[in-house]
Design a protein around this ligand. Structure first.
Ligand SMILES: C[S@@+](CC[C@H](N)C(=O)[O-])C[C@H]1O[C@@H](n2cnc3c(N)ncnc32)[C@H](O)[C@@H]1O
Length: 351
């Protein structure tokens, strides 16, 4: 396959998204370069960092995720090969927020929850402006807004109503108050520039789809990269809908309010806690089913060494599906399971 240039994937914008494999891309590039594939599916694409790497390696890539906000980002950075926002971002953010106009959903429902009042107003007022854009330029603007929202949040998450953590006048041992307090317009311009720099044409048609992984068509994919949510050995899972519900709301502001669970302080969306991938009782079956579904392809699986299921159990599912299994640990191939139980990133390759 042709590549646009060595380490082109470094142009993928830096991110603090939970579970992002951006930092693992050098390792994954080494693993992927040894495999033969022309088409690839990333059905838990998250930020899209690995789908972007696959695009850089010349594959025809499909990136999909259960969260719409991730799919908007994947459309902007992977499906899109030509459009950029350029100077348009200046006009988009200029003069906001204004003190006139109706109170929007963010100001009404999320008062003193995630952002300050004038910041909520900014978010409400930029949405109709972004809506006037079309196609990939709209996706790039939404992506910049998502990243600005994340940058301004303690832990870069929306899982707690903890604005006070940011605004309280106390000495802090973590986080970056300067980043939290940097205005939305400054963040958005910065992220729009980073996103523009990542856009490129690989000469292959890539696409982004919003779907549950198990609803994706398994046919026609030479390689499938599986990077699901992680459940720790203590049974603690990651509910991405609960972490990033605010970004999901931004994707569909018209129907946001009726989907909000007002009984929780952080105002999450209906559907939280219902994903088998965040539940120790559901994740083993979900793994088994996913491997069975995509077993016609080369499978690459990212997981942590101390999770549920264990690496040996996942390897067992792959072998049961007729795969020869290699386990990649911290950059080197090992052919037996390590007894070291400290949490490490592991990649299983099933061919
Ligand atoms: C560990 S993250 C993937 C990180 C990604 N590889 C990256 O580099 O950013 C897991 C992703 O799975 C998604 N997800 C959770 N349940 C899903 C499901 N049933 N189907 C598809 N995606 C799902 C989450 O929204 C999250 O983006």
């Amino acid at each position: 396959m042709t590549e646009p240039g060595d380490r082109h994937w470094e142009r993928f914008p830096k991110t603090r998204y939970a579970g992002s494999k951006r930092k693992l891309l050098p390792l994954l590039a080494n693993v992927l370069r040894k495999l033969e594939f022309d088409t690839a599916l990333d059905p838990f694409c998250g930020t899209g960092s690995v789908a972007y790497l696959l695009k850089c390696l010349g594959a025809e890539v499909t990136a999909s995720d259960a969260l719409e906000s991730n799919v908007v980002a994947a459309r902007a950075l992977i499906q899109n090969s030509t459009e950029t926002l350029g100077d348009e971002i200046e006009a988009l953010v200029s003069g906001l927020p204004t003190s006139d106009g109706p109170i929007g959903i963010v100001e009404r429902v999320f008062d003193e929850i995630f952002f300050e009042r004038h910041e909520n107003r900014f978010v409400d007022q930029i949405l109709p402006r972004i809506d006037k854009l079309h196609g990939a330029r709209r996706d790039l603007a939404m992506y910049s807004l998502f990243q600005a929202c994340l940058a301004k949040r303690p832990y870069n998450l929306f899982h707690r109503a903890n604005l006070a953590m940011r605004t309280r006048d106390v000495a802090r041992s973590f986080g970056n108050k300067v980043t939290w307090d940097t205005p939305f317009n400054v963040h958005m311009k910065r992220y729009a520039t980073a996103a523009d720099a990542a856009v490129f044409d690989s000469g292959r048609a890539c696409r982004a789809v919003c779907s549950s992984a198990l609803d994706m068509d398994p046919t026609g994919c030479d390689l499938v990269y599986i990077d699901p949510p992680y459940v720790s050995s203590k049974g603690a899972g990651v509910d991405y809908l609960d972490y990033y519900h605010f970004l999901e709301g931004l994707c569909d502001p018209e129907n946001w309010e009726e989907r909000v669970l007002m009984k929780y302080k952080h105002r999450p969306l209906q559907g939280r806690g219902q994903n088998p991938w965040c539940d120790p009782a559901g994740i083993i079956g979900a793994f088994e089913e996913t491997i069975k579904r995509f077993c016609g392809s080369i499978l690459l699986i990212s997981y942590r060494s101390d999770g549920i299921p264990g690496i040996d159990e996942i390897a067992g599912f792959l072998k049961h599906a007729g795969k020869h299994v290699e386990i990649v640990d911290a950059g080197e191939y090992v052919y037996a399971l390590s007894r070291n139980r400290r949490s490490r990133e592991i990649v299983l390759v099933g061919r």
